[in-house]
Design a protein around this ligand. Sequence first.
Ligand code: ADP
Ligand code: ADP
Length: 229
Amino acid sequence: DGAISFKDVHFAYDPARPILKGVSFDVPAGKTVAVVGPSGAGKSTLSRLLYRFYDVQQGAITIDGQDVRDVTQKSLRAVIGMVPQDTVLFNDTIAYNIRYGRPDASDADVAAAAEAAQIGPFIRHLPEGFKAMVGERGLKLSGGEKQRVAIARTILKSPPILILDEATSALDTRTEQEIQAALDVVSKNRTTLVIAHRLSTVISADEIIVLKDGGIAERGTHGELMQRD
Ligand code: ADP
Ligand code: ADP
């Protein structure tokens, strides 16, 4: 379960400048749908509406048929996992950062999630921000390693719905491919909404939506979209 439906979604931060002008698409349960399009098209806004940072002004977003406006943000956070573009770590151990939001998780579960995300060797370490206070134990994590922490956190949470909001766009090409491979594993069998900059990073999505000028300009699989261009 976790099927998402965007139905005729309208949204504007500023009434004089509508961002979404009637956007409709589904993310079937367990499938991956990617939203691509130019910067400013409203891609991240879609994920914020799903998360209820803002509410749609017309139309509706449903999860398993239920309007998200009838669900508390707290309940939404329990079923939706988010891997953002840049992961900001708390000034505590990597293990603490992975466990964040899951206080009941066992040490073994945290270690297993860290292993799966290939950040296992670092879990006792502190990220660099803490270094000045604790001396040599501080560890400077690369962008890719920080994304592995976010992935481990998501593996531990194991939510039915996943939002990947430009999760690899801040990384260099080689790291991007490594992190993409890890994300493909995590998103398998989860309902996944991918926000991406480039078509080339969402080849395996079940459907790609091209968002432009407030609406869906094109949709199809990667192969279909490539053929049309
Ligand atoms: P994308 O993810 O496609 O780059 P966004 O959804 O982040 O686009 O933003 C869509 C448009 O809405 C942009 O023009 C952006 O500047 C504007 N915008 C985003 N967030 C806000 C906000 N909180 N208040 C006002 N305008 C915003
Ligand atoms: P996030 O994507 O991490 O939730 P924000 O919602 O703060 O980040 O902003 C996302 C994008 O929207 C950024 O590109 C930012 O420049 C733009 N934005 C945020 N607030 C505003 C605003 N008040 N007016 C115009 N653009 C905004």
